[in-house]
Ligand binder design. Structure first.
Ligand SMILES: Cc1ncc(COP(=O)(O)O)c(C=O)c1O
Length: 396
C-alpha cells in the first residue's frame, strides 16, 4: 500500500546528513559510552536561557487565570508583542520599523515558509549561495518552488556576485541569504550586500516583478572580533529579514520568530497581508502565546556569548594543531574546514572511526568541506584533539 507521497518517500530515503549523524551518534554512544564520543554534528544551542526568560515565564504564570490568557489572537501576533519587537528591531536594523511591518511566526522556519507560501507561484525559483541551510530546499518545494544554488567563493564563502547575477532569471522570485552563515560562519559585508542589492534592483526592474531578498538571521547576535552584521532593510526596497529567538534566548522549542519587511517597500501592505494569511493557512494560525509573551519581555537579553568565543578559540587550536585548512568563522557556532583528501563523506567516516561526529559539506550543497558545530562543552573540544590529528594523517 502506498502510505506516503512519492516526494516524501524520496525525502525519507535520502534522509538528511544531520539526521544520519544523529542516528550514528546514538549507536556509537551506546557502544562506547556517552563521554567517549565527541559530537559536533548538531547545531542545538546547549546554553541555558538568560534569567529574563524565567522571570517572564513566572509573569505568564501569574496571569494564567485570566480569560483568554492563552486564547486566539490576531494571526500576526499579539499587538503588544509586535510593538515591542518593532521597537527592538528599529534599533537593531537601524531603520524605523512600525508594528505593522512585523509578523510574528513559528520560528525563522515558520517565517520562511510563510514568505514562500505568499510569493511563490508554481515553478518560481529560490536562489541561495552554497553552502546553505539544508531545509531551504524542502521549504521551497513545500510551496511548489524550485530551489537553486550557486557556490560562494571557495574557503572564505564570500558571495560570488557574478555567479549570482548569472543565475538570476525571470523565474527567480527570492534570493535567500543567511548571515552569519550556517554552516560556513561567513558574515557578508555591507559592500557585498550593496552589490547584491544593485543586481536585484536591476533585475526587478528588467522583469517587472519584485525579486525579494530574504535574509535569514537567527545567528545575528553571535559574531566575533567586534564584527557587525549589516542590515539589508535600508539597502533594498524588496528586502525581508527573518529571525527567531531559538538561538539568542535558547528558546528553540518554543517556536517564536518573525519576518520584518523593509519599511520603504512599495506595496508592502499587500505582502504583509499575504504573510499574515499564509501564517494562518499553513496551520500555524499564530506563533505560540507563551513564547510571544516571553519574547516581548526578554527582548534585548541573550545567552552568554563569551562561552562561544572561548569554544571557538579552543576549536581553532585543535584544528590548527592538526593541520586543517579553514577560514575563521566570523559568526554563528560552526567551523567549515576543507575535508583532507577532498572527499567529505569519506573524511567524515574517518572521523567517526575516531568517535568524532561531523556533517559532510555535501549535506549543505558544498562537497569538499565538513561542518563542526561548537555548541558543545570546551572539554569535548579538547578531548577531540588526538582524533582530529589521526583522521587528518589518514586522509591528507
Ligand atoms: C540558518 C538557519 N535558518 C533557520 C533555522 C530555523 O530556526 P528556527 O525555526 O528555530 O528559528 C535554523 C536552525 O538551525 C538555521 O540554522
Amino acid at each position: 500500500m502506498q502510505m506516503l507521497s512519492k516526494q516524501v518517500v524520496g525525502y525519507i530515503e535520502k534522509s538528511s546528513w544531520i539526521r544520519k549523524m544523529f542516528e550514528i551518534g546514538i549507536e556509537l554512544k551506546a557502544q562506547h559510552g556517552e563521554d567517549a564520543v565527541c559530537d559536533f554534528s548538531l547545531g542545538n544551542p546547549d546554553l541555558a536561557p538568560p534569567p529574563a526568560v524565567g522571570k517572564a515565564l513566572a509573569n505568564v504564570a501569574q496571569s494564567a487565570d485570566k480569560p483568554f490568557a492563552f486564547g486566539y489572537m490576531p494571526n500576526p501576533g499579539y499587538p503588544f508583542a509586535r510593538k515591542a519587537l518593532a521597537g527592538h528591531l528599529s534599533k537593531e536594523q537601524g531603520v524605523d520599523i512600525g508594528s505593522d511591518d512585523v509578523v510574528i511566526t513559528c520560528g525563522a522556519a515558520g517565517a520562511l515558509n510563510a514568505i514562500m507560501r505568499a510569493v511563490l507561484d508554481h515553478g518560481d525559483e529560490v536562489l541561495s549561495p552554497a553552502p546553505y541551510f539544508v531545509e531551504y530546499g524542502f521549504y521551497t518545494q513545500n510551496h511548489g518552488g524550485v530551489f537553486t544554488s550557486v557556490p560562494a567563493k571557495p574557503l572564505t564563502f564570500e558571495l560570488d556576485l557574478e555567479a549570482m547575477a548569472a543565475a538570476i532569471n525571470p523565474k527567480t522570485r527570492i534570493v535567500l541569504i543567511n548571515s552569519p552563515n550556517n554552516p560556513s560562519g561567513a558574515v557578508y559585508t555591507e559592500d557585498e550586500l550593496k552589490g547584491l542589492a544593485a543586481i536585484l534592483k536591476a533585475k526587478t526592474e528588467e522583469y517587472g516583478r519584485p525579486i525579494y531578498l530574504v535574509a535569514d538571521e537567527p545567528y545575528r547576535f553571535l559574531v566575533f572580533d567586534g564584527i557587525e552584521v549589516p542590515s539589508i532593510l535600508p539597502l533594498y526596497d524588496y528586502a525581508i529579514a527573518v529571525s527567531s529567538f531559538s538561538k539568542n534566548l535558547s528558546l528553540a522549542g518554543e517556536r517564536v520568530g518573525y519576518a520584518v519587511v523593509a519599511p520603504q517597500m512599495p506595496g508592502k501592505g499587500q505582502l504583509l497581508g499575504g504573510l499574515i494569511l499564509a501564517n494562518r493557512i499553513l496551520g500555524f494560525v499564530n506563533a505560540p502565546a507563551i513564547g510571544q509573551k516571553i519574547m516581548a519581555e526578554a527582548l534585548g537579553s541573550q545567552v552568554n556569548v563569551t562561552v562561544y568565543a572561548e569554544r571557538r578559540k579552543a576549536m581553532t587550536e585543535v584544528l590548527d594543531a592538526a593541520g586543517y585548512n579553514f577560514s575563521m568563522p566570523k559568526g554563528a557556532f560552526y567551523f567549515f574546514p576543507e575535508a583532507p583528501g577532498g572527499d567529505d563523506v569519506a573524511f567524515v567516516a574517518a572521523l567517526q572511526e575516531e568517535l568524532i561526529l561531523a556533517v559532510p559539506g555535501t549535506g549543505f550543497g558544498c562537497p569538499g568541506y565538513f561542518r563542526l558545530a561548537f555548541c558543545v562543552g570546551e572539554e569535548v573540544i579538547r578531548r577531540s584533539a588526538a582524533g582530529f590529528k589521526k583522521a587528518y594523517r589518514k586522509l591528507a
